[in-house]
Design a protein around this ligand. Sequence first.
Ligand SMILES: Cc1cc2nc3c(=O)[nH]c(=O)nc-3n(C[C@H](O)[C@H](O)[C@H](O)COP(=O)(O)OP(=O)(O)OC[C@H]3O[C@@H](n4cnc5c(N)ncnc54)[C@H](O)[C@@H]3O)c2cc1C
Length: 417
Amino acid sequence: MTTESAHDVVIVGAGISGLTTALALHRGGCRVRVYESVRTLRALGVGINLLPHSVRELIDLGLQAALEDKAILTGSLRYHAKDGRTIWSEPRGLDAGYPCPQYSIHRGELQMILLEAVRDRLGAGSVVTGHRFVAADQDEAGVTARFADPDTGAVLDTVRADCLVGADGIMSTVRAGFYPDEGNPVYAGQVLWRGVTVSEPFADGRTMVMIGNDERKAVIYPIGRVDESRQLINWIAELAIPRELPANKGDWNRVGNKADFLDHFQDWRFDWLDVPDLFERAEVCWEFPMVDRDPVARWSFGRITLLGDAAHAMRPNGSNGASQGVLDAVALERALAANGNVTKAFTDYEAERLEPTRALTLTNRATGPEIVLRLVEERCPDGFDDIHDHFSEAELREIADSYKRIAGFSRDQVARR
Ligand SMILES: Cc1cc2nc3c(=O)[nH]c(=O)nc-3n(C[C@H](O)[C@H](O)[C@H](O)COP(=O)(O)OP(=O)(O)OC[C@H]3O[C@@H](n4cnc5c(N)ncnc54)[C@H](O)[C@@H]3O)c2cc1C
């Protein structure tokens, strides 16, 4: 990639998007520093999916070996009705003929892989922790960012750069600077409990399953190997709980209580997977409300722009959150490499990425590809003998394929890139 000029960039947030952006902009010739609020970055979270369009970018960034050392190469995705019967099954990643895999991986492992690559390539001091972004001022020559100690609130030294990228997640302070009245994330009326269980594999050990309907759902997939016979199995138990936004409005680290959801899943003991047993055997679970943000009309304001969840936090249906942050990173790299003028680069980046992520956020609100579970509940609430009595093969395929097109990861789109 040719570089118009070497921009000096500050990134706020060392999550998946911020660290990927650091790697991409460094490759594109920028000088990059990342400022992160937490004092010590640790492998937090549970499972996350990286779809082929983002995997392609991560492979181009030289991360394939590190990722495949930890990840599961997802081979198929299956949807099941609440009685365990299969509605739809499709190959994924390499098994579906894509030029690159789909990975299921522990979010924390992914973050540590990215962090190590950033420190190796950009230098040990490139990620500055214990710096909570507070605000930024900009003038004709650059941006001055202000930080505070996350524990004491003490004011820290200001940081000067050509431009600033806000990759500080769903509760973004950078975004709040431009949308001060936005308030809390938008609650979808469902609560998710997430956990990881060390267990023998189910199915072929590379399968992701979604079971149930809007009222009661489970999402289960392996994210890593433990030893010859056991895997780390990621699970999400989801219940419709229509009420005000819970007190936990977007804290990924809030420990949950299994008693709050286990009873609802006791009848899901299928001959191919004992779901409540899997939930029970996890040492700990985390509770998170299903939330997103309303799409906004602008991310770029002069020398400051938004990226990843700070720009477009979306519901997890469709497994796209992390992947879209990766796509943002390389789009920003291209825009900065092509433009000496930062403001123009940020506008170009926004023009490329805002509309697709807006469409995806809205599609995910309509449950994304999981809409098939809702349709099954509507058309055959008492179950089915043969799913094709209620859906044609073509209709089921179109539900799956149309989401891939909107999210930008149909096989053709990935191959063409
Ligand atoms: C601790 C944690 C656990 C998660 N677990 C899961 C999971 O299990 N499954 C899943 O699907 N998604 C999870 N996510 C969300 C997922 O990582 C994102 O949806 C997606 O990867 C996009 O990432 P992002 O980098 O845009 O945002 P995030 O991953 O949220 O990263 C934002 C980063 O910015 C930092 N930050 C926030 N405010 C400031 C500030 N004022 N100044 C400086 N730094 C700041 C945060 O500490 C964080 O490191 C988790 C996020 C976090 C932070």
